[in-house]
Design a protein around this ligand. Structure first.
Ligand code: FAD
Length: 310
């Protein structure tokens, strides 16, 4: 199908207002880094979302899902295909059968606030994570000893055959910052969480305490994607990086945070290749110093000259 015809059909499927051409991904990632997506689509509801996804699959057009882009590094070349954003159309919360059900595009902070309003406990740790529920399930996001897996009951996904189905949390094989969603190419539409009743004041106090901890320890004043590397068994990535003498280490405007060495930050105009170059040098120097291999936690999209991109 030619480009003009595809664009016409995409606008029909997703809604004309929902489609942008050549949209810079630096506007949609918390790193504020990344080149253009050929098409950037924010469908206004699930029906339009499914129609756009079905069109991509029918036409063999690469389709990538972005939540808040808070765990994502996109290359300077950008993405040749359709970037689908969940934050507009998959953005609701409802209570049903004793569960809290929410669209994949809902912010964790919004969900945690709703849990607080309902005096439900179990999401206090998530209130300061700047991502969506979809991104949190894909990554099995966690903090302060808790993870989304602790409260997740099931998800509704679109599979590669175009079928919408419900699958249990167990089937997702949630591990440390991982799930089977990327390898199965599922698109998560909704999740159901079981949150026990709690004491509203205690929930609120816990959220405030954790927010203060984040503010004190994390470089929230700079764009980043949170912890850049996974925690290697028996170590802390930030400590290894610090001990390798890399606090403040810089490639262009990409820098190992001076406040928290586990974070790579953007000091202003960092390019994706600078971020990747910095990450590679950090990994090499940590390996040379301690024999520990750091693995990237952030998802990398595009061509970075080797296997790190996808
Ligand atoms: P994105 O970055 O948009 O996407 C991440 C991956 O999930 C991509 O591969 C994307 O394709 C996929 N994806 C997203 N939504 C869907 C969907 N609906 N269906 C299929 N695939 C999907 N993480 C933690 O775990 N703990 C923390 O304490 C933490 N602190 C952070 C602090 C800061 C300051 C920042 C910037 C980040 C932090 N993060 C943390 C990382 C990040 O916020 C989480 O991983 C978050 O859950 C990612 O959500 P997102 O919506 O931004 O996902």
């Amino acid at each position: 199908m030619n480009k003009e015809l595809f664009l016409e059909q995409l606008c029909e499927a997703a809604g004309k207002e929902a489609v942008k051409r050549n949209e810079p991904m630096k506007k949609h990632t918390t790193f504020h880094v990344g080149g253009p997506a050929d098409y950037f689509v924010s469908p206004e509801d699930e029906q339009h979302f499914l129609a756009a996804a079905a069109l991509c699959r029918k036409e063999g057009m690469p389709c990538y899902i972005v939540g808040n882009g808070s765990n994502l590094l996109v290359s300077e070349e950008g993405f040749r295909g359709v970037m689908m954003e969940t934050g507009k159309g998959l953005c609701y919360i409802r209570e049903e059968e004793g569960l809290l059900k929410a669209g994949a595009g809902i912010f964790l902070s919004t969900l945690a606030k709703e849990a607080l309003r309902l005096s439900l406990t179990g999401l206090e740790w998530a209130s300061g994570i700047p991502g969506t529920l979809g991104g949190a399930v894909v990554m099995n996001a966690g903090a302060y000893g808790s993870e989304i897996r602790d409260v997740l009951v099931s998800v509704r996904v679109l599979d590669l055959d175009g079928t919408v189905k419900e699958i249990s949390a167990e089937e997702l094989q949630l591990g440390y910052r991982s799930s089977i969603i990327p390898s199965r190419e599922y698109i998560m539409l909704e999740a159901a969480l079981r949150l026990p009743s709690g004491n509203r004041d205690e929930i609120k106090a816990q959220m405030e305490e954790l927010a203060a901890k984040r503010k004190a320890r994390q470089p929230l004043e700079y764009p980043s994607a949170g912890s850049t590397f996974k925690r290697p068994a028996g170590y802390f990535a930030g400590k290894l990086i610090e001990d390798a003498g890399l606090r403040g280490f810089r490639v262009g405007d990409a820098q190992v945070s001076e406040k928290h060495c586990g974070f790579v930050i953007n000091r202003g105009q960092a390019r994706a290749d600078e971020v990747m170059d910095l990450c590679r040098q950090v990994r090499q120097r940590v390996y040379d110093a301690f024999g520990v291999e750091l693995e990237l936690e952030i998802k990398c999209l595009g061509d970075f000259g080797d296997r790190e991109g996808s």
